[in-house]
Every structure is written in C-alpha cells, then in structure tokens.
Ligand binder design. Structure first.
Ligand code: PLP
Length: 432
C-alpha cells in the first residue's frame, strides 16, 4: 500500500488558499437549477441538501412523468395484445431511446436496464466474468473504487483463481497512472475503474486508461455512478467496453440504472437471470435467448423507473450538462477554501481541476458521525462514514470522513451554511 494520502487544499496564492474561478463563472452565483423545481427542497427552504453523491432530489418533471405513466399507460409491457399494454411497451422503450441519447449511446438496445450501478456491475462480473476470467488471469481495479466495483471483482478473482491487483494513488488522491500502467500486462483480462470517485471526487483519465488496457486486449469497465450525473458523457466516445450508471444519482427515481456494453460482448455473454421475457424458445431440455436488450432483462420490468429517468435526463439537458460540472466545481472550490481556513479541518483529495463536486474532510478530534449529527441540527445534510470505499479509507489512514457533495440545486448559501456549521461544531467540541 502507498503512504497515507495527505490532505491537499486548493492551490495557494499569496500564502492563502484561493477559490479558482472556473469558466468565468461567478462564485457567488445562485443554483443552476431552480430550487422551486424540486418539491422537497421547495417545501424545506432551510434545508441544505449536500448529499447528492448518495442520492439526488427529484424535480417535479420526474414525479409528474411517473404519475402520468400510471394514469395513462400502465400495463405489463411486452405481454398483452391490447392497446394499453402496447402503450406501456412504448413508454418503456421510448425511455430507453431517450436515456441512450443522453448517455451518447447510438445503439439504444445496448443500454441494459438494471436496478443501478451495483446490479449492472454484478451483471458484468457474473456473466462476462465467469465466462472469460480463468486461473492465472489478472484483474486490475483501483484504490478509489466504491465497493460495488471492487468486491464483485475480488470475489470473481478468488472463484476463478485469478490475480486481483489494486492500482494505487498519488499523494493527492488521483490515480497513479504510471503505477497503473505497470500493473497492466499480458495476463490482464479486466481493468475496472470509476469515472469519478464518490469519496474524494477525483476524476479519472478514462481515455488514457482505455488506451493502456487496449494494448493488452483487456476489458475496460467504468463505474459511471458519479460520472454520468455530472459530466457531459458520451459513452460511445469514451471507448470503454462497459459503463454502469444509477438513475437516482442523476435526478431520476431509485431502482433504475443500467449497463451500457458493446453489442458483440453482450451477444456473446450468457444471460444474468433467467425467466420471462429473456427467452426466445423454451424447449423441454434447452432454451434459446431473446435478442438485446431483453436477454438481460428477465421478468416484469420496472417501467416507471426508465420513464422517470428519461424525464430526469431531459431536465439535465435543459440545464446544459457542460455547465453542471463547472457549477459544482465553483461550489466545491468555495467549500475547500473556507473549510481549509477552519482550524483542525483537513480537506482530502486533489486540487479542484482534478475533481468533481465532492469535498471530503476531517475535523481533528471529532468523529464524522458526531459532526454530521451536529450539522443536521443546522439543516445541513452531509454524509459521514467510509462511503463504501474501505480500501480507500485505509490508504487515507482514516476510518471515516465527512463528505459534502454538490449538485445543480445547490448554491453559495449552502456552502456557507456548511462552513458556519462546521466552525460552530468545532468551537463547541473545543469548549467541551
Ligand atoms: N459506484 C459509485 C462510485 C457510487 O458512488 C455508488 C453509490 O454511491 C455506487 C457505485 C453504487 O450505486 P447504487 O447503490 O446506485 O447501485
């Protein structure tokens, strides 16, 4: 393991930390999205929701799309010969087309719906992995991974007798690309990595990782749970073999997300689950599989999920995906600067130009759980814990951090509420 990753703060100018102005945007600017578009936020004007890396709030457009679907088109899709079932089928597949467009995927049938990133990644490890990874092969993951892109590969490696290796980080919490390159060899079958770290916000150089993996013919699997919601993603252009995403982290409902995977790989893979809808013909002894995407979508599908997620994608598009990451960075930079000025606070992770809108920090002598409870009393919602990234926490040499994560409905006032609340908590603990 590498040495513990030391906290870094925003680039210092004239001896003090400074907010970096990105894209000419004004750090004082208001939220990118109207708070009034989000019923929960509108109903709670004093709430500072800073846990969007865990899940996002939902705009009325998403809630209305789901309600409309149930009021006008609800039936079991693919099953009935009647018009209402055809309407449900149409809603399901039209949503897939719209989600594929948002993700920059030309072949919509290669977007396989799943409950979310976790299920999508388990689909890859179970189906592609069990078929293709053999004893003596090597699986490479990174130290930044969420457990969802770590544990399934670790288990697969143990089952197959393959080697499981972890690419380590630079001192600032970015991936050490030279280290990664040195781990990718002729035995490497898979390189699995996150687009953006949920714990530190570090953004990975996807194209460079793909180039390294391609040289040896390894499969590239990108966990896009924190990528698709924040970065203007074109999965086709990224060049990865597989990309997983979660709808609830991008303004959509819970229970829907998916896997984008190259068609020839999906066609060669065995199904993940068996049952209705995924079959072509069931003989007494043998069964043949349906075409994509049905082959990987066994059973009655979740229709309201794609319907809501498609509406979320269009809402994000209307804001402008290029502006989302810029907006988050402004807020993150403001948070990093102001938190770093509080005695005893250490902000973890890379400089602002290498991260998204996630700011993890520690406060000396205060457990993140205690801190987050104190912030909650001020209406500030943050995450405390290991963020499903225990291998990363070991490298950071901490058990847990406090994490604020920003999204389109946050503004400078949310950051300032966070900072004031952390400072007040510090004073209370210091005086205790
Ligand atoms: N990967 C990353 C980077 C995440 O942040 C998360 C959720 O926090 C996941 C995977 C798992 O996503 P889900 O719980 O939606 O399956």
């Amino acid at each position: 393991m590498t040495a513990p990753i030391r906290p870094t703060v925003v680039t210092a100018r004239d001896g003090r930390t400074a907010v970096i102005n990105i894209g000419g945007l004004d750090a004082e600017q208001s939220a990118l999205a109207r708070r009034s578009d989000f019923p929960l936020l509108a109903a709670n004007p004093r709430l500072h929701y800073l846990d969007s890396a865990a899940t996002t709030q939902k705009p009325a457009a998403v809630l209305e799309a789901i309600q409309r679907y149930y009021e006008t088109s609800n039936a079991n899709p693919h099953r009935g010969a009647y018009a209402l079932s055809a309407a449900a089928t149409e809603a399901y597949h039209d949503s897939r087309t719209r989600i594929a467009r948002f993700l920059g995927v030309a072949d919509a049938d290669t977007v396989i719906f799943a409950r979310g990133t976790t299920e999508a990644l388990n689909l890859v490890t179970s189906s592609w992995g069990r078929t293709n990874v053999k004893a003596g092969d090597r699986i490479v993951v990174t130290r930044l991974e969420h457990h969802a892109n770590f544990v399934p590969w670790q288990v697969l490696a143990h089952e197959a007798g393959a080697e499981f290796v972890i690419a380590e980080l630079n001192a600032d919490g970015t991936l050490d690309m030279n280290g990664l390159a040195s781990l990718i060899n002729a035995k490497t079958k898979v390189v699995a990595f996150g687009h953006v770290s949920n714990a530190l916000g570090s953004i990975n150089a996807v194209a460079e990782i793909v180039a390294l993996a391609r040289k040896v013919g390894a499969l590239t699997v990108c966990d896009g749970a924190q990528g698709a919601p924040h970065i203007n993603v074109s999965v086709d252009s990224l060049g990865v073999d597989a990309y997983a995403f979660s709808g609830h982290k991008m303004l959509g409902p819970m229970g829907i997300g998916g896997l984008v995977m190259r068609r020839e790989l999906l066609e060669a893979m065995p199904p993940y689950q068996m049952g209705g809808d995924m079959i072509s013909h069931v003989g007494d002894q043998h069964t043949t599989w349906n075409v994509l995407p049905h082959k990987f979508e066994a059973g009655t599908p979740n229709v309201e999920g794609p319907v809501g997620l498609a509406a979320a994608c269009e809402y994000l598009t209307s804001l402008g995906m290029d502006r989302v990451i810029e907006h988050e960075r402004l807020l993150a930079a403001r948070a990093m600067e102001k938190l770093s000025a509080i005695p005893g606070v250490a902000v973890l992770g890379p400089a602002i130009d290498k991260r998204g809108g996630v700011v993890s920090f520690t406060l000396d002598n205060v457990h993140p759980h205690d801190l987050s409870q104190m912030l909650d009393a001020d209406g500030v919602c943050v995450r405390a814990g290991h963020h499903c990234a225990q291998p990363l926490m070991r490298a950071l040499d901490v058990h847990a951090t406090t994490r604020a994560s920003f999204y389109v409905y946050n503004d400078a006032a949310d950051v300032d509420a966070l900072v004031e609340s952390v400072d007040a908590a510090r004073k209370r603990f210091a005086g205790a």
